[in-house]
Write a protein that binds this ligand. Sequence first.
Ligand SMILES: [Zn+2]
Length: 301
Amino acid sequence: MSVRELVVLGTASQVPTRHRNHNGYLLRWDGEGILFDPGEGTQRQMLRAGVAAHDLHRICVTHFHGDHSLGLAGVIQRINLDRVPHEITAHYPRSGQRFFDRLRYATAYRETVPLTEAPVDADGTLASTDSYELEARKLSHPVEAYGYRLVEPDGRRMLPERLASYGIRGADVGRIQREGALGDVTLGDVSELRRGQRFAFVMDTRLCDGVYELAQGCDLLVIESTFLDEDVRLAVDHGHLTAGQAGAVARDAGVRHLVLTHFSQRYSEPEEFARQARAAGFEGELTVAHDLLRVPVPKRQ
Ligand SMILES: [Zn+2]
């Protein structure tokens, strides 16, 4: 049984608060763990959430502001201290290479684990595995930022009653899956499309094409809503979204489960973010994130 879930490690923008750590999110996707935007304190939040360094396979950083990257130093050293037995790959904007270098080598430690640097400098596909394609899209923020999304390839679901009606059984089931036909019977006659699942991670951006492209058709969308709608001027000036803007994006993109996060410390009422996202017309499942929350990727439709 494959596990696909989001583990929220931190939800504060800019500065941590008494109740919110700097950003940090782990996505478990089948056997892989992808760490997004480890802010300061992420190593300890992993401990509190039951996430081990061994669970990590990939790190994706949207941009080099502290709330999205200061945790790299600690997490990378922990990966090496624990001698994680597999390679780790890190993605981040190439324009921030000097920051990545400093964080990776912030203090002395013994490197024991191969860490592949795979910086991003354009929209496109970063990696392909059996269970997902990882893509990046440029966002709009005062420093260069990229959002990420995972797209599972579409597959086919075999229909037992159709197989039975054509008398196909045993090894012939595998044969028609591999070869696409068996005599006059095609794969389409005995199966239906199984749409791949989609997850997107959109942090620190104004509204821009990249936001909509990343969100399109997502089963689970994690998106920043730093500000409430009444502060939309501040949001635009600083390169952020409001709760209402995030809700409207999710509505237009057909998102199934929307997770709002990356909140400014100026607000004390989390429910207001949900209310504004709803007022923008989003009708799917909605979560206002808090630290250590787990959100499963919604079941296939
Ligand atoms: Zn931020």
